[in-house]
Design a protein around this ligand. Structure first.
Ligand code: ZN
Ligand code: ZN
Length: 177
């Protein structure tokens, strides 16, 4: 494990959320947000309505900016996000998850909680100087974000589809006389 469990969970969720904005957008219906909420085992308030979905959709651009920022620029964004949300870190334990950090009230809007969780995760990334774990997909036509949590830092593509497409292209290039 590169980061603490809650940091990795928050980063995986943030990257998935940001990448959902790529073509085709996969966060256009409230039930898609509900499935995302369940898949990432969020707790706390989840309205499940169009207004909440719109807030989450609007958040994706900000999160993308944060995830692709240079280290020092990311520091400013993280500090702003935490201050604006009035984040107060606290240790919590719920369900089968051992002690981990939450920095918002469970009743705060989902978009605010995802913002703060992502910012808190970036605190870890920045402190550990592990910014190189985040990059943009090596596929020329894809803007997806890659989160590389592998031991040997080998992940270059945002998805299996992008990885396969490029493997096929490389194979064809090698076969050219
Ligand atoms: Zn939790
Ligand atoms: Zn990609």
């Amino acid at each position: 494990m590169v980061f603490a469990h809650d940091t990795e969970s928050a980063l995986l969720a943030a990257v998935e959320l940001v990448n959902s904005a790529g073509e085709p957008d996969t966060m256009t219906e409230p039930d898609q947000l509900t499935r995302f909420f369940d898949r990432h085992r969020y707790t706390g308030r989840h309205a499940g309505d169009r207004a909440e979905l719109d807030q989450i959709r609007a958040l994706r651009g900000q999160l993308r900016t944060l995830l692709v920022s240079e280290r020092d620029a990311a520091v400013d964004l993280v500090n702003q996000m935490l201050a604006r949300a009035g984040a107060v870190p606290r240790l919590v334990r719920h369900g089968d998850e051992d002690w981990h950090v939450h920095a918002t009230d469970p009743d705060a809007p989902l978009a605010d909680r995802i913002t703060v969780e992502t910012a808190m995760a970036m605190v870890d990334v920045i402190r550990a100087d592990e910014h190189s774990r985040l990059s943009v997909c090596a596929d020329d036509t894809c803007e997806g974000i890659v989160l590389d949590l592998s031991r040997n830092r080998s992940k270059r593509y945002c998805s299996v589809a992008c990885g396969n497409r490029n493997a096929v292209a490389a194979y064809r290039a090698r076969r050219q006389p």
